[in-house]
Ligand binder design. Structure first.
Ligand code: UDP
Length: 408
């Protein structure tokens, strides 16, 4: 089986947590490696984004990453829309020159969905799409979210034309069915996972010493810096805590030059949280376990979260998580057992839960241990098995029909 993965703006080699790179990039990398380990040949097509990148990179045995030129390397993801016809032409050309045929196309995010829709039609192969985020879901979480004009209609068109839409939660399935008018039979819910050997409990004392932390209790946020993540609400919650002097908040991830970073830094100044909040910038994923392990609690105060890999990684490291009750987060946080679910935007409730957890070592220990046990059922291998099953069924469906003889 040979599959083309298309991720026009989300190169899996990009640093997650920076600019537009995050959970989707991690998901693709984990999935393609595991599909290859199951005997599938995978080519991942992405836009050339760095002049030093070679055109083809081997990611693992059986997985190649192909950088295709389409527009200037440094470009915001929304700028990519206009370049999609060039990307389609480049991909077509690459496949003809290299005599490549694929059994199925798997696309990620609506921009890539448009490319996949076009090529799947030309090549007459099944197209499986995953949006990772949807315009409508983002707006429901935070009505101020602005998307480029074409996104809503494109998402409906892609979803209705695809052989299958893979989503991460039942919530997202409902949205795709209701909002895009897709037949529920064509939507598969396949939750992503976590690398359980990378993200595992380690000594908190060792981790804190390694990072040079003092005796203060540490709250951790991991993710891209964007308004949808609700980090300002976390700052407000932390600012209201009484024992502020004995607390630090580490913010991991975020493009240093972004508008959102400047806005959050200004907020920290205004709230006089300079001694409490530390912006650590994007950190390679292999270095993240030590940050999760050094922390006392991890918080995801998002307005919307399609899944929330950071919450699952924290849980796998044995940490309690306080997270908004949105998107995939209720599938990760078992309220009252492995952490707390809070209504989004309610900084008073976040503060209350942080207080409870930071003041009670026993509770944190119990919740952390339960979090790890729960995370153990969410490894990447079962996600990869389910995705492969979905691909196989679609490929079998479209292969030549068996003509039965009269009387059979
Ligand atoms: N991440 C990382 N380094 C950072 C920040 C984040 O490697 O500095 C990774 C993190 O481990 C997680 C992903 O980026 O796997 C973020 O995924 P999540 O689902 O939490 O958020 P999304 O980016 O999808 O909104």
């Amino acid at each position: 089986m040979r599959i083309a993965f298309i991720t026009v703006h989300g190169c899996p080699l990009r640093q997650a947590g920076d600019k537009d790179s995050g959970g989707m990039n991690i998901y693709i990398l984990e999935m393609v490696k595991r599909l290859a380990a199951r005997g599938v040949k995978v080519d991942v097509f992405t836009r050339h984004h760095d002049s030093l990148d070679p055109q083809i990179v081997t990611l693992a045995q059986g997985v190649r990453l192909v950088h295709l030129p389409a527009g200037p390397p440094s470009l915001d993801k929304n700028g990519v829309y206009e370049l999609l016809p060039i990307f389609v032409a480049q991909m077509r050309r690459f496949c003809i020159l290299n005599k490549l045929n694929y059994d199925l196309i798997s696309t990620h995010y609506w921009l890539s969905g448009l490319v996949g829709m076009r090529l799947a039609f030309e090549w007459d192969v099944p197209h499986v799409t995953s949006f990772h985020t949807m315009a409508e879901m983002k707006r429901r979480g935070r009505p101020e979210e602005i998307e480029i004009r074409q996104r809503d209609a494109s998402e409906s068109e892609i979803a209705c034309s695809a052989a299958s839409v893979v989503v991460w939660t039942e919530d997202e399935k409902e949205a795709i069915v209701n909002y895009c008018g897709v037949d529920p039979v064509n939507v598969s819910v396949i939750a992503p996972g976590v690398d359980l050997s990378r993200f595992r409990p380690m000594s908190q004392r060792y981790s804190r010493d390694y990072l040079g932390y003092g005796p203060e209790k540490n709250i951790l946020f991991v993710g891209r810096l964007e308004p949808l993540k609700g980090i300002d609400n976390l700052f407000r919650a932390v600012a209201s805590l009484e024992n502020l002097k004995s607390i630090t908040l580490s913010v991991v991830g975020g493009d240093g030059n972004s508008q959102e970073k400047s806005r959050l830094e200004a907020l920290v100044q205004k709230m006089q949280l300079n001694q409490t909040v530390h912006f650590l910038g994007p950190i390679p994923q292999e270095e993240l376990p030590i940050h999760y392990n050094a922390a006392d609690v991890c918080v995801l105060p998002s307005y919307y979260e399609s899944f929330g890999l950071a919450a699952l990684e924290a849980a796998a490291c044995g940490k309690p998580v306080v997270a908004s009750e949105v998107g995939g987060l209720p599938a990760i946080v078992n309220h009252g057992r492995t952490g707390y679910l809070v209504p989004p935007k309610r900084m008073d409730v976040i503060a209350e839960r942080l207080c409870e957890l930071l003041e009670d070592d026993l509770l944190r220990g119990q919740m952390g241990a339960a979090a790890r046990i729960q995370a153990e059922s969410l490894g990447w291998d079962s996600s990869a098995d389910s995705l492969l099953r979905c691909f196989k069924e679609l490929i079998e469906d479209t292969s030549e029909p068996v003509i039965s003889l009269a009387g059979d």
